[in-house]
Ligand binder design. Structure first.
Ligand SMILES: Nc1ncnc2c1ncn2[C@@H]1O[C@H](COP(=O)(O)OP(=O)(O)OP(=O)(O)O)[C@@H](O)[C@H]1O
Length: 278
């Protein structure tokens, strides 16, 4: 018996943008379902519409963009929801880890100020409790001296550190759904592993559902239960991770998998599979 509970349902999602040259359709009839505790991977070449899909779910579109279709979170329709309501949902019910951490912070406020405000917007914690939660969350993503970090401004942290602060902010509110758009791209190997472990922990301990976008097929193979492949704004294949990697059906998926380079290491003649960015 299948007991999994559906958390997010996207159906008939079309995104159109009005440009000087007329109307452009960027997403075509996207359908998918995210169950509680599931990690769904989204892959596809640069510009195919992965980030656009995330922005449509989060209702973070510019005014020239038109979103059609249904995006239901726990049975509640998000498409066209009042912006004030949507602000309540973003962060608390749907966490977002974006590609460029610089865009997630206001340069004129300290990390602590922004972290504590975010926590207090969505919880009833006191300032002191929120600060303690913020510091504990920073330690969880391997950032040393968390109380010192809270005093710093975004420009005083490296891109990788800011990325981890953003992940800590997202995780501490334990949202039902996390949308992670290239969450490890800016990080070195050690921190990549740490972040992936944190995402896995969030899923196993809190039952969080994760939509994971990554260029790195090895990250998708490691983390995802199911994978969607996108090309030119359309989902061309969706399958269980084992099936997709072992028996890709669509020619585009086959090409993506074949694009992984086989690197010969001359010293010991060992072949290492290497996931190329596509
Ligand atoms: N406001 C806009 N007006 C017109 N076209 C846009 C707009 N925003 C995005 N696009 C186009 O939509 C397409 C999808 O972009 P999107 O950022 O979703 O791609 P992506 O798959 O996330 O790529 P990447 O992996 O490089 O982040 C691209 O061709 C992009 O140029």
């Amino acid at each position: 018996m299948n007991t999994s509970r559906s958390v997010l349902q996207v159906s008939g999602l079309n995104v159109k943008v009005t440009t000087d040259q007329g109307q452009l359709q960027l997403l075509h009839d996207i359908h998918f379902n995210l169950d509680e505790g599931q990690i769904l991977g989204l892959v596809g070449e640069s510009g195919c519409g992965k980030s656009m899909t995330c922005h449509a779910i989060l209702q973070l579109m510019n005014p020239h963009t038109h979103v059609e279709g249904s995006i239901q979170l726990g049975g509640r329709e998000l498409n066209g929801l009042d912006p004030k309501e949507m602000r309540r949902i973003r962060g608390k019910e749907i966490g977002f880890i974006m590609q460029n951490p610089m865009n997630a912070f206001t340069p004129v406020y300290s990390i602590g100020n922004q972290f504590i405000e975010t926590i207090r917007t969505h919880t009833k914690l006191s300032k002191k409790e929120a600060k303690e939660l913020a510091a504990a969350s920073l330690s969880n993503v391997n950032l040393p001296k968390p109380y010192e970090i809270l005093k710093l401004y975004p420009s005083q942290l490296s891109g990788g550190m800011l990325q981890r602060v953003m992940i800590a902010m997202c995780m501490c509110l334990k949202p039902a759904v996390v949308i992670a758009d290239e969450p490890t791209t800016a990080l070195d190997m050690v921190n990549q592993l740490q972040v992936l472990r944190e995402l896995e922990r969030l899923r196993s301990e809190c039952g969080t559902t994760i939509l994971l976008i990554s260029h790195d097929l090895s990250v998708i193979a490691e983390m995802a239960d199911e994978v969607m492949v996108m090309q030119h704004g359309q989902i061309v294949e969706q399958a269980n991770v084992f099936q997709l990697f072992d028996q890709p059906e669509h020619v585009y998926t086959q090409n993506l998998l074949n694009a992984r380079l086989q690197l010969q290491i001359p010293a010991n003649k060992q072949t290492v599979a290497y996931s190329a960015n596509f």
